[in-house]
Design a protein around this ligand. Sequence first.
Ligand code: GLU
Ligand code: MG
Length: 639
Amino acid sequence: MGLLAQGSPLSWEDTKRHADHVRRHGILQFLHIYHAVKDRHKDVLKWGDEVEYMLVSFDHENKKVQLVLSGEDVLETLQEKGERTNPNHPTLWRPEYGSYMIEGTPGQPYGGTMSEFNTVQDNMRKRRQEATSVLGENQALCTITSFPRLGCPGFTLPEYKPNPVEGGASKSLFFPDEAINKHPRFSTLTRNIRHRRGEKVVINVPIFKDKNTPSPFVEAFADEEAARAAQPDHIYMDAMGFGMGNCCLQVTFQACSISEARYLYDQLATICPIVMALSAASPFYRGYVSDIDCRWGVISASVDDRTREERGLEPLKTSNYRISKSRYDSIDSYLSKCGEKYNDIDLTIDKGIYEQLLKEGIDHLLAQHVAHLFIRDPLTLFEEKIHMDDANESDHFENIQSTNWQTMRFKPPPPNSDIGWRVEFRPMEVQLTDFENSAYVVFVVLLTRVILSYKLDFLIPLSKVDENMKTAQRRDAVLQGMFYFRKDICKGGHAVVDGCGKAQSSAELAAEEYGLMSIDTIINGKEGVFPGLIPILNSYLENMEVDVDTRCSILNYLKLIKKRASGQLMTVARWMREFIANHPDYKQDSVVTDAMNYSLLVKCNQIANEQCECPELLGSAFRRRAKDGASKADSDSSK
Ligand code: GLU
Ligand code: MG
């Protein structure tokens, strides 16, 4: 989750005092990088995935599953045995927000050849085995997006009672500070978001109304702030951990040049809501069945540091701007020339920074992108890290950049490195198995290949992408949702990455260029309406030299995506809902008890370790890579 500095974190008041300093030097650092590498090109395609994991412990006797707060120790062991011992170690491990979380990536980025697609699942399997091997008895590594009973009494091991005091990090009634990663960055972020906002964060997720769910559904809170913030018919949550304590699956690409990176950033931004709905995996919050399938809005609210003035609830007095979105949200402007005409969202920018960037020779689109990111204050600052060498360090730039958690991230190269311009694709929910996670990753990477090779154009007005983001999170959006999507994706004619198709008035565009489509139509195509992304990928693959084994793996991955889109297979969210609905203890009252959570997680863990089939989720014939068929997961994951 970004930059980790060591040292003494400052309070919000002190951080705020340095906010302009951080912004000023952050921009100078960005300018140094930009001028040094703006003309860099011919970088090769490299890419990598990031998987976030939860550590869980099964109490088989009492039928209870808890999150184990040992992430820091597990991480230390994994790094010691891995990257610190062998610089070519195949996996890398990083901390994440929850003390029960870790993040794993391949040791080296993947390259541009097709056969690399055949190594993704093996690497994910290696990560799972490696981390599992250092866990305690009855513990397991789970790739679940949200832990169904996160924030319920005793959800951690060891158990802690929340201590909602002003001096703490979250001041949560439900989520104890002990469940936050012990690195000071994470608790400081938590506390400073709350202090900047002026009150605790507020998350209200609509409850799923089942037959016996009280209506209206109202929880009585003695605590005044909670009583005020909790909405009827919603599951109320009050801490950053409810959001950033969720797991996701991300992919980062290195583009060959800055303009290719900007083109990919824009194109993939339109794909974010579609793939998010396809990856939906988080239907339960704080022990209740919700009416949403994706974590996105929950995280967004969980790190919303905007003041009441910035949120438009009070007239502007001490804040500088009204800000329409949380720091964790969808992107607000396209970056490529072709995207410009679709930038129809009001963009709040720091005007001084914008002017400065223009003066330094940066174009309008990039300047406004950066000037928009820089309306935010730094959230953490370490006393030892206030004064930096702007020509050779980028901490202040990264400070602001890495706490703008958007659907896409445009990443300038680090100073003095051989890394190129990159973009990160961030909306996906993590899946139960390495097979599914590989499938989603490979699908997205292949899509970038096709976008670049066929010069595809998915752009629609950004406000429509935002509407899609809302639709995507709804229950069963993958089957029920209708999404704005561009109809003729070849017509735009991005003949070259920097150039654009023929000029059209925006009214003309609005009328004919895009329409509402189901995910099935977008992914699988519909005669006379839309060709479908999978058929396009397949025709691309037909023209590529691919060895048989790799082709077989890719086809299996695409089959999963295809069937999830058509409804032949369930999303993880749908499957989890049905599992709970059919649980003998379930009283149709939207409550997920400890025992139900236990059964669900036991099952998830068995599926992840190939100890049982789950055809409704994965299909039957194609869950393992052909090559792995023999090497079953015989390692016992829940020792
Ligand atoms: N866990 C966060 C999510 O689910 C992402 C944190 C990160 O950026 O690494 O989106
Ligand atoms: Mg992460």
